[in-house]
Design a protein around this ligand. Structure first.
Ligand code: SME
Length: 156
């Protein structure tokens, strides 16, 4: 289980030492990937300037062909279009699902946002069904919120 307290502390330490969001997002992805063996792929996607697509920022896991995802498409694009996290226990039930790997069975997308402004998202794929509890989603959200704090500071 991911314990966000430790990761939040590490991310704040990085901020205090002057690291930018790029480094923070890479660190967060690595730490989330390490937290649970059921997390087979973890990455961050960022919304592009035009607000039309998600662009893959960094990931841990096997390479994916989905480096760019139009807003509104797949689980990732739907999260941005609907401005809500997506916790999908069984991806085979999702109509416009974009397969990253044929083995993936469940997926969690947590938005990196400041209110209505969506910067991007943390995406976790699992090769098992039903891998993401509401508690886990809340832990990932805490990490995403910390990333949003730094991104907002850089865009001011
Ligand atoms: N499954 C996602 C695509 C991204 S990959 O999982 C890395 C989706 O349906 O949007």
């Amino acid at each position: 289980m991911l314990n966000s307290t430790e990761v939040l502390k590490e991310l704040q330490d990085m901020r205090d030492h002057g690291f930018l969001s790029d480094a923070l997002m890479r660190h967060a992805v690595k730490q989330i990937k390490r937290a649970d063996t059921r997390f087979d792929w973890v990455g961050v996607y960022m919304v592009n300037k035009e607000n039309t697509e998600l662009w893959l920022h960094n990931y841990v896991g096997k390479p994916t062909e989905h480096a760019h995802i139009p807003i509104g498409e797949g689980i990732c694009g739907t999260a941005v279009a609907e401005k809500t996290n997506q916790n999908v226990p069984d991806v085979s039930k999702v109509k416009n699902y974009l397969a990253c790997s044929p083995h993936v069975q469940s997926e969690l997308v947590v938005l990196i946002r400041a209110g209505d402004e969506i910067y991007g998202q943390i995406d976790i794929d699992s090769d098992e069904l039903n891998s993401f509890s509401a508690e886990l989603e809340a832990e990932v959200q805490a990490v995403a919120d910390k990333l949003a704090e730094q991104i907002a500071a850089e865009r001011r």
